[in-house]
Design a protein around this ligand. Structure first.
Ligand code: URA
Length: 210
């Protein structure tokens, strides 16, 4: 049922010409994962070069690093996650997608979430985060990551959490206590325990948004 609904959205997305990225894309990058078993929707920024060639999200260097962190955390990319991006077509030179591109693609993002109805949404990096939450100047990604919050899509509330984008971790290789990679391990363990285990969210892990 979910797969059939998503197929209809995918077909519309694949013929979309609502923003300039339609002219430069090789493939629309719609999703990866099993919609029937996935409890978590992971949202990235936009496809890169390899994703654009293959039509699958998170398969380039950043995606491979993400796979390593996921398997270390005991989260199955095939069964537990439905992987998508804020924008479904590659921005030239991998630039950050514009407001126009994000808003043209928003209906597809919302439809995917609405069909999956995940137990949690994981926002990978600043572009995904800012698509759901207005940040004030003090709320950098380093401060917001790892804390549970609520986001609303089509009037339905979802538990959500922000993690670093794996591209950031490609540039930050330290494994010292408190380093971005160690925090990523910590955040994925929290997601695994809370959503795929049976842990209750503790108060200090909840984020109060301004
Ligand atoms: N970065 C993203 O945000 N998404 C991808 O699919 C690949 C790289």
């Amino acid at each position: 049922m979910k797969s059939q609904c998503l197929e209809i959205v995918r077909q519309k997305c694949e013929s979309c010409k609502a923003c300039p990225l339609a002219k430069t894309r090789n493939n629309v990058v719609f999703s990866d994962g099993n919609p029937s078993t996935a409890k978590i929707v992971f949202i990235g920024e936009a496809p890169g070069e390899v994703e654009d060639e293959m039509g699958i999200p998170f398969v380039g260097r950043a995606g491979q690093l993400m796979n390593e962190f996921l398997s270390e955390a005991g989260i199955s990319r095939e069964d537990d996650i439905y992987m998508i991006n804020t924008v479904k077509c590659r921005p030239p030179e991998n630039r950050v997608p514009t407001e126009e591109e994000k808003s043209a693609c928003r209906k597809f993002l919302d439809a995917q979430i609405d069909i999956i109805k995940p137990d949690a949404i994981v926002l990978c990096g600043a572009t995904a985060l800012k698509s759901f939450v207005e940040l004030d100047k003090k709320q950098t990604i380093s401060k917001v990551r790892g804390k549970w919050m609520t986001v609303t899509v089509d009037r339905v509330e979802y538990k959500a959490i922000t993690i670093f984008h794996p591209s950031y971790l490609l540039r930050n290789r330290s494994m010292e206590e408190g380093s971005p990679r160690r925090l990523m391990q910590q955040d994925l363990a929290e997601i695994k325990n809370t959503i795929l285990g049976d842990k209750i969210i503790s108060e200090e892990k909840e984020l109060v948004l301004a």
